[in-house]
Design a protein around this ligand. Structure first.
Ligand code: G6P
Length: 593
């Protein structure tokens, strides 16, 4: 999704482009910068990749300030006109914005009545026009304050004024941070931008605004100036032995180090102490909430916990949770799972859970995120920075931490003792599988417009996540069904040589799943089996291909099931000439509902 960088210091162009590249992974479709010298502001915008922008930027002499933006279109198509920065009618105010202004149409109507003309389809342009409107009757800072008071929705803003050498910023329900070093100040929507710039940063709270000049950064809330303390920049990254061509592959191979990291972190008892604030005698149900891959982790986590505690557990897609009138209250523990900790729907679910008096636990990768900060308890997944849009190591790390969470609850409910043996075994014996074979499979799959995946129980959840990886990275329509549902409609779709991928790692339903797969084969399907069991040679004859994974003997099987499919999805995209790190139309961090 959209990214923001602001920089106060010499030669801002170079820094802005460099930092916008660090935000590329979030997904975007156009980019722009505004660069200011003492009396001049130059604006450059382009559609597509940052390198297009880089090619058109000209040096602004004596430049001392600049703001930059990567845009993921929400209001208006991705083109140069709608790309940020946006301008006031007098050309004095220059704005970049992340988030959505929910009341922009009402504000726009009023501004049009007051004689303002609009050149773009964006919600952001109204901010620039409002700033101009309010600056007619007050100082620059008053204009910002009055403008912000009119806005509903989520907005992180970086603002320049042609006749002022301050870098202004505003934050409300969309991430924004400020860092300074001896000479310069940087504002950014993701702390990854501060790497190599500063060791510490300010995490701006919602509703705050402020400005920076070469000596100072000042923050304000509704009542006036406030002092903020800094947080230490702590970006956990793993050393990779080889150079990978893409983040996706690098990150798949960071699964094992992530699991080791998790074990190290959670073997310390004090990491579980925070749960003492929850009165477990009151808890009657658990709700797991997430989006995309995190939702798939929730499905597994919910089953894991229900099996361990026998307490009612359910998983929800975050965008549905809020509007489904969920029956939650003081007897509920809501578990919010997210890689970024900034997904708008997941944050909305957290807000609802808190309003209804439920306890909240966040299972999150980005430790400085809103979700991590605002939940009652927070379990980091310790996977390190994940850049690839298709989540890989974070999914496995979420599963590992959900397993630990089930152990914590088991202990806190007085049902038994906390024990990480299964995870330790998995970590010791972890394998990525036979990549040569995965490449052959990827090569075969790349020619298909659609494939199908089936499974029962937790295997179905693995199939859902494997399908998502294939869809995201290779644009093949991969559909997932419960194996038992084949004959209730899905079989009509089977033609000769349709690939059906069968996940069969649950002993209690193994024979049933295999029989369902047979039903598809009898109608011409080519079966690919993923299993942890040994089959007799004649039983294997019915399968076009078999992926054998280790047997985790329990709830951690989902980790072993997905890694081969992450690798297959990666190579399928490579063989189709797609960049797996930046799938079309998708964003890493979805900060709008
Ligand atoms: C986007 C990403 C997915 C991710 C989902 C939820 O769709 O592309 O990889 O699973 O958002 O994001 P979260 O940060 O909450 O896990």
């Amino acid at each position: 999704m959209c990214g923001i960088v602001g920089f106060l210091g010499d030669n801002p162009e170079k820094i802005l482009i460099d930092r916008l590249k660090k935000l590329e992974y979030r997904g975007y479709d156009s980019a722009g910068v505004a660069v200011k010298s003492q009396n001049k502001v130059n604006i450059f915008k382009s559609k597509g990749e940052i390198k297009n922008l880089e090619n058109i930027i000209k040096t602004t002499e004596n430049a001392c300030l600049g703001i930059g933006h990567t845009r993921w279109a929400t209001h208006g198509k991705p083109d140069e006109i709608n790309a940020h920065p946006h301008l006031s009618s007098d050309g004095k105010w220059i704005v970049v914005h992340n988030g959505i202004i929910e009341n922009y149409l009402t504000l726009k109507d009023k501004l049009v009545n007051d004689g303002y003309n609009f050149y773009s389809e964006t919600d952001t342009e109204i901010i620039a026009k409002l700033l101009e409107y309010y600056s007619k009757s007050g100082s620059t800072l008053d204009a910002i304050k009055n403008t912000v008071n009119k806005l509903n929705g989520s907005f992180a803003l970086c603002i320049l004024h042609k006749d002022d050498n301050h870098l202004f910023f505003v934050k409300n329900r969309s991430p924004l941070y400020v860092a300074k070093n001896a000479d310069n100040v940087m504002v950014a929507s993701d702390v990854v931008c501060f790497k190599g710039f500063s060791e510490e940063y300010y995490n701006i709270p919602d509703g705050y605004y402020g400005f920076a000049d070469s000596n100072n950064v000042k923050f304000f809330d509704k009542l006036g100036e406030v002092q903020l303390s800094t947080s230490e920049l702590d970006l956990c990254e793993f050393e990779s032995e080889t150079t990978f061509k893409h983040f996706m592959l690098k990150e798949i191979y960071e699964t094992a180090p992530s699991i080791k990291n998790i074990l190290e972190h959670y073997s310390l008892k004090n990491n579980r102490k925070q749960f003492d604030k929850i009165d477990f005698s009151k808890i009657k149900k658990f709700k797991f909430v997430g989006c995309g891959t995190a939702y798939h982790a929730c499905l597994v986590g919910s089953d894991m916990l229900e099996e361990k505690t026998n307490v009612e557990c359910n998983a929800y897609v975050a965008s549905e949770f809020r509007y489904s009138n969920p029956k939650i209250g003081e007897d509920t523990l809501v578990v919010l799972v997210s890689q970024s900790g900034e997904t708008a729907d997941t944050l909305a679910a957290l807000e609802l859970a808190r309003q209804k008096g439920a306890y909240t636990v966040a299972i999150v990768n980005v430790e400085y995120s809103t979700l991590a900060k605002c939940a009652d308890c927070y379990l980091p997944i310790k996977a390190g920075v994940e850049v690839g849009v298709a989540s890989t190591k974070a999914y496995c790390a979420q599963l590992a931490v959900l397993y630990i969470f089930s152990q914590i609850i088991y202990e806190k409910m007085g049902l038994g003792s906390f024990n990480l043996d299964d995870l330790e075994n998995l970590s010791k014996n972890f394998e990525y599988g036979n990549v040569t074979e995965f490449k052959l499979l990827a090569d075969a799959l790349k020619y298909n417009d659609r494939i199908f995946m089936i499974g029962r129980g937790v295997d179905y959840y693995s199939a859902l996540e494997a399908s998502l990886k294939i869809k995201e990275t290779s644009y093949i329509n991969s559909d997932t069904y419960y194996a038992g549902e084949l004959k209730h409609g899905f079989l009509a779709l089977i033609e000769n040589d349709t690939y059906v991928i069968v996940f069969a790692t649950d002993k209690k339903v193994l024979s049933k799943t295999i029989s369902n797969a047979e039903e598809a084969r009898a109608r011409g399907a080519k079966l690919i089996l993923l299993t942890c069991f040994d089959f007799k040679p004649h039983e294997l004859d019915n399968f076009h291909y078999v992926i054998k994974v280790k047997n985790a003997n329990g709830p951690l099987q989902s980790i072993l099931n997905i890694v081969p499919w992450q690798i297959i999805a990666y190579y399928t995209s490579i063989f189709k000439g797609i960049n797996p790190d930046k799938p079309r139309n998708l964003a890493k961090s979805v900060t709008v509902e």
